[in-house]
Design a protein. Sequence first.
Lengths: 391, 177
Amino acid sequence: MTTQLKTLMDRAADLDFAAVDLDAITGAGDRTVRRRRVATGVAGLAAAAVVATGAVLLGGDDGDTKTDFSDDSFVTDVPMWTEGSVLHTPERTYDLGIDVLSFVRTSEGVVFTSQIGEETLGVYSFTGEGEPELIGETGDPHLRSDPDGPFAGWLDQSGDRAEAVVIDQESGERVWSAPARLEHSFPIVAIDSGSAYLADADEHPTHVVDLGSGEEDDLGSSGLGFVDAEGELTAYLLESPGGADLGLEIRGADGGPVEIRNDDGGYGVFSPGGRWISAAAEDVSVYDTATGESLDLGATGDREGFGYAWADVDTLMVLTDAGEADALDMLSCEIPSGDCTPIASFDLASGTVFAIPDSDILWSIARDEGSASEVEVEASAAEASSTERPE
Amino acid sequence: MVARDRAAFAEFVAARSGALHRAAYLMVGDVGLAQDLVQEALTKTYVAWPRLRDPANAEAYTRKAITNTAITWFRRKSWYGERPAEFVPESAAAGHADAVAVRSTLMGALAQLPPRQRAVVVLRYYEDLTEAQTAAVLGCAVGTVKSQGAAALGKLRDLMGDELDLTDLINNEGALA
């Protein structure tokens, strides 16, 4: 075999490359692992993770789409989920016309992704009336939003250059954008109170930008993995020096950091206003952000599962073991009492994808013929990269 | 929760990132893109690290991630042809006119290959993978590697003319009729 071609390629590639940013790699990788672990845990509740279908409404909805509804407003501070193309709320359902892969809530409506090509997701806006509006394209199903405000963000890849964008869903205008790097370095890690938290490549937030004025403030470098933000509170990962998960650390404008040690980590969601935080653990767990103490949720606290989002200041949306194989229950739980109301039961039997909002996890659980317990939660598998390379 | 073995991963990165960068550069023809590609692929490798177990598996996994991500990028956007001339960093070979010319000619020719053919050239004739190993990386049949390789060599021969003698390679491989 000739060596000339190899020699020429050796010479052509004899360049000096910049050093690999190891911290960025391990930071982004750890975050991906945590997302998968949380999702796998929830899927494991149902004994085998498969595709959710046949959601049975346990109250508040007769299951029909396009039901009569006297209130014209589109209320989003309620338990919501999607099953295929149908968006469910306690009052009614909406047929969006296209299957939903992931979605977030804003005060004005929902922003969701749907497959529109082999490796392309459409980003859609729906505010309760008419048809969903296509507002962007992406290969990354992770969305950001503030359920209390009109802003939602995503990694937009509809143009020649990928960019992180934020829209005001009330006006429909893009209010902020910035060039993005790679899939794993989507710079928006949270949106809260009219501001977007921007991170460097390892997802440590470094700046916060006011989406109204465009002004940026430097957050400094805490070196801690970011979890969530609400008002003046920010939750970070609490790790051992060796990188093992210990729990969460909450920092605020007043007082020192509050530690939540539950030997887990990676997922936490503040209640609106920040009084509570729901954290991923083996059971449903809610903590007082002022003290770090775990709330006694009675029987709810013994349920396998976790609260993945807050419908309002004291209503936690929970996914939990339905007590039988291939089923998950969605509950609406009052905090701090722990009183829960069943909302829906997901029959995990066949091909429809379902999604729940506001989670940093892609809640589409796909059947893997070779492994019933396989949960596909990231679109970043090496075998099927959906990465767009921005400039 | 058990922490990932960052020290072992860091050792792997230190040992292999140079070679991975060079292969990535040959696949995409852009230093900055190659660096991003390697960074992205290593992130995936880090996630998969506990089940890869040894460096050989890790390198194969990373190579597969680089290849498939590069092909995906090319499929999604035809940005490559639209890119402005990039800054090529200095190297030991840089500064020699012939080296620059070779780089320019070869990279220009590689750039005109379809993404999968280009990947086959890099994997087979730069990385020295077998046809079966190349097929495994690309997730295709060995026959596809043969046909893609043959088409790629034929096109390279046409593009580079006397600057690249592929006769023995083509004959040995039976790559072209």
